[in-house]
Design a protein around this ligand. Structure first.
Ligand code: SF4
Length: 65
């Protein structure tokens, strides 16, 4: 699911400490930075939201660990 990036989301993400990125997912391999299910994950990483990401991209397989 993709949405345009907006300041409100980024502000609420910080305020409510939303955990929606690979770093909080059961299927994330922290040693390699990859998804154990083989999904391309650049848009699902924390760095995406701290950098130049131009859209909000939620992963349908996210599983909170
Ligand atoms: S399932 Fe989705 S959120 Fe989880 S590690 Fe893979 S790409 Fe990231």
């Amino acid at each position: 699911m993709q949405f345009p990036m907006d300041e409100r989301f980024l502000e609420e993400r910080e305020r409510y400490r939303l955990r929606h990125t690979c770093e909080y997912c059961s299927f994330f391999d922290a040693k390699t930075g990859t998804c154990r299910h083989g999904w391309p994950n650049e848009e699902h990483r924390e760095a995406w939201y701290e950098g130049a990401g131009d859209r909000i991209v939620f992963c349908k397989e996210f599983e909170l660990r």
